[in-house]
Write a protein that binds this ligand. Structure first.
Ligand SMILES: Nc1ncnc2c1ncn2[C@@H]1O[C@H](COP(=O)(O)OP(=O)(O)OP(=O)(O)O)[C@@H](O)[C@H]1O
Length: 296
């Protein structure tokens, strides 16, 4: 995936101001515990992949941060630039949770991002129309502004929702499995856009099932399985011990002689050779062995 900055461009974030803190957050749906005692911090400019098995609570975490679901316990502390530290959060939900038959144009969808600023009953002004046009430019979708949203490809729809978050002037982007169902070129195009936005200082949390992508393009990874299993750099988080805790003992991480990180799914269905064979191979190992952990 060329054109996307390497991890080395990431500067240590420990001096950047805090943007978001979750402190002992638990959340449930009708008695089903989805998050338990979740504590972590996000600093301004962070780019974090949220990984974990199906049902680990990734979407629930986003719902809590976006204020859609109230935590049963714990606190979500925001250090945004709005009144009382309110954080302007742009949420791009999973594509399969959106009704694409809704008869609206691309520009209409992006204008929805402005509702918080213009109010429900007022008409959009010149500044709003400019914000929509600029957001569509940033995701290379200006030429499709007047198309119906349902007529677009999956990758294009994903970009429109990203534009909506940009028009909202979001400080924090929450992207729930944005790469699911996209072909490789569309994934690469989306990664390049995310890279560009990150360069503009936008903080982002991205839920993904693709550990390879997480390790390659995200300086920080939060490994979740209802609780936080690990949070740190890919090297800190993607260890056999942590992966085993999240996914079960069939998922391993091993280091090659060159200190490169390999990941292997030794599960029967994984379609990959066992770790011992990987280590014995004479071929130059990939930096990260490609595995996928869920349905995307
Ligand atoms: N609306 C809901 N009502 C009841 N239970 C729910 C609801 N949404 C999620 N859950 C349950 O909460 C838990 C966490 O679900 P969540 O969707 O947050 O996980 P996830 O990590 O995003 O999963 P996936 O990777 O499959 O998208 C699961 O047990 C799920 O069944």
């Amino acid at each position: 995936m060329n054109g996307v900055a390497e991890q080395s461009t990431w500067l240590p974030q420990d001096q950047a101001p805090l943007l978001l803190e979750l402190i002992g957050v638990s959340a449930h749906y009708d008695g089903v515990l989805a998050l338990e005692d979740v504590t972590f911090q996000v600093r301004r400019g962070d780019r974090v992949a949220i990984v974990g098995p199906n049902g680990a609570g990734k979407s629930t975490l986003f719902n809590v941060i976006a204020g859609i679901l109230k935590p049963a316990q714990g606190q979500v502390v925001m250090h945004g630039s709005g009144p009382n530290g309110r954080l302007n959060v742009g949420y791009v939900p999973q594509r399969n949770r959106i009704d694409w038959r809704f008869p609206v144009t691309v520009a209409d969808v992006v204008m929805m991002g402005r509702v918080g600023r213009i109010g429900l009953l007022r008409r959009p002004g010149r500044r709003d129309r400019e914000a929509v046009a600029s957001a569509l430019e940033q995701v290379d979708m200006a030429h499709l502004a007047h198309r119906q949203i349902g007529e677009l490809s999956g990758g294009q729809q994903q970009r429109v929702f990203l534009a909506r978050a940009l028009a909202q002037e979001a400080e924090l982007l929450l992207l729930d499995e944005p790469f699911t169902g996209l072909d490789l070129p569309s994934q690469e195009a989306l990664l390049e856009i995310l890279e560009r936005l990150h360069g503009q200082g936008i903080t982002m949390l991205v839920a993904t099932h693709d550990l390879t992508q997480a390790a390659q393009f995200f300086p920080q990874i939060l490994l979740l399985n209802r609780r936080v299993i690990a949070y740190g750099t890919p090297e800190q988080v993607l260890t056999s011990e942590m992966l085993g805790q999240a996914y079960g003992s069939q998922m391993h991480a091993v280091s090659s002689h060159a200190g490169e990180l390999l990941l292997a799914d030794t599960c029967c269905g994984g379609g990959l050779p066992p770790v011992e064979k990987l280590l014995g191979t004479r071929e130059r190992p990939q930096r990260v062995w490609p595995i996928r952990t869920g349905r995307d």
